[in-house]
Design a protein around this ligand. Structure first.
Ligand SMILES: *[C@@H]1O[C@H](CO)[C@@H](O)[C@H](O)[C@H]1NC(C)=O
Ligand SMILES: *[C@@H]1O[C@H](CO)[C@@H](O)[C@H](O)[C@H]1NC(C)=O
Length: 403
């Protein structure tokens, strides 16, 4: 064997080694998913290296994916698309062209991306909003909230809240021909987190007259306290959201100070003074047996009280909606929760389902056995997956029937 072929063989082995990730057998299009995931991992490695060299912040490199996927607001034969501002916050607005005699429905959509990346103009989000507007003949408002590390909590929450509050005004609903009784807030991942937080906050706001009909939480992140849940343990290295990245997203939401990230990574970030909050995320009570499996519940290990004082945001229900007391959950709208089996955030969603049902909220829980986190991102070529289309159809179909 010549040197050339030896090098080629070695290179192929290295590439195969790099591309290979343990994707569960039950997941369709495994090799395509592995390739996509290898793409994400390469960007993450470049980000780590560039940050280590002191060139840029990690998230600035990840943000490249968002920029590459940018699409202009282009209207089509069914939907008029414009970029505008509601209450000074940029939004992408989708208004169906079809004339209808009655009032329309509306969906306020909040994109994911760990509060640090992503955007309403990204191709998959743009497409999802078009499909929703088209299928439901609904007005869709996709919120372009500000991101970390430039802006930390509560800016993301406040931007989204400002948009929702603006839109729910009687005069604004009327301007868009929207039925005040048929408005939904919905979001995926970090967007599901913001949707859940906004829905809770609206209940306490005397200035808002219109009520949400439903909230749709798609593989949402809902709690900061326990980053060692069974789903975190089982899916630590699954595509496309490894635990290390989720920890980075959570800590970055509050601060760029690495001490919070390090404390979160070892799950020792909650001060003893906040021990009472652990009952809201106690998976030993809140997860059905099927998800507990043979995991053993361990009592929390507390961290220094300095972190909690410096960054109180991570103990705030506006950042972690599962930390809201039961009395704050009464009055929430009908809730759709979509969870994925192979997702670190799976148990956040399932625990919220348990908590909402306990206080009598109607919850529809779609658990997808063969799904990974971020499934909805994979609906555009060349990175589309049958899974992405299936999840998108399921969600939009549910909206169509229930909104
Ligand atoms: C417009 O709507 C029709 C009917 O739902 C659909 O067949 C067509 O593909 C839509 N056009 C676009 C550009 O999405
Ligand atoms: C969590 O629930 C288990 C089982 O009910 C219980 O033994 C444990 O004390 C609880 N822990 C906390 C922190 O609430």
């Amino acid at each position: 064997m010549g040197t050339k072929s030896l090098c080629l063989l070695l290179a192929s082995v290295l590439v195969a080694y790099y591309v290979y990730t343990p994707v569960p057998e039950t997941i369709e299009e495994r090799w395509k998913l592995m390739l996509i995931n290898a793409g994400f991992r390469s960007v993450a490695h470049v980000a780590e290296f560039a940050e280590w060299l002191g060139l840029v912040h990690y998230m600035e490199v990840l943000m490249m994916i968002t920029s590459i996927e940018y699409t202009a607001p282009i209207s089509d034969e069914n939907v008029t698309v414009t970029d505008t501002k509601f209450n000074n916050v940029p939004v992408r607005l989708y208004v169906p062209r079809k004339q209808s005699s009655g009032l329309k429905r509306a969906v306020i959509y909040i994109h994911g991306g760990g509060w640090c990346v992503g955007g309403s103009a990204m191709e998959p989000y743009d497409l999802l909003s078009r499909w929703t507007a088209n299928e439901l003949n609904a007005v869709v408002i996709s919120v372009e909230y500000r991101l970390a590390p430039m802006h930390h909590f509560p800016v993301q929450f406040e931007d989204v809240y400002a948009v929702v509050k603006f839109f729910l005004q009687t005069s604004v609903l009327a301007r868009y021909g929207v039925d005040p009784d048929r408005v939904c807030v919905s979001g995926d991942s970090a967007g599901g987190n913001l949707a859940a937080a906004v829905a809770q906050q609206l209940l306490d706001d005397p200035e808002v007259k219109a009520k949400l009909k439903i909230q749709a939480l798609l593989y949402p992140a809902l709690q900061t306290l326990d980053l060692d849940l069974p789903s975190y343990k089982e899916n630590e290295n699954k595509p496309i959201l490894p635990k290390s990245l989720m920890v980075r997203f959570w800590s970055e939401y509050f601060t760029t100070d690495v001490s919070l990230k390090e404390a979160m990574a070892s799950n020792r970030h909650v001060p003893a003074e906040s021990s009472h909050l652990f009952r809201f995320v106690n998976w030993s009570n809140l997860l059905p047996e099927k998800f507990k499996k043979d995991h053993v519940y361990a009592s929390p290990i507390y961290g220094s009280s300095k972190l909690g004082k410096k960054y109180p945001g991570f103990l705030d229900p506006r950042a972690a909606p599962l930390l809201a007391d039961d009395t704050k959950l009464f009055g929430l709208p009908v809730t759709y929760v979509l969870t994925c089996q192979h997702d670190v955030l799976r148990d956040d969603g399932i625990m919220y389902v348990s908590r909402l049902r306990k206080v009598g909220i109607e919850v529809i829980h779609d658990h997808i056995e063969d799904a990974i986190h971020g499934a909805l991102m994979f609906i555009t070529s060349p990175t589309d997956l049958a899974l992405g289309h299936r999840v998108a159809n399921k969600y939009i179909e549910w909206l169509n029937v229930n909104l």
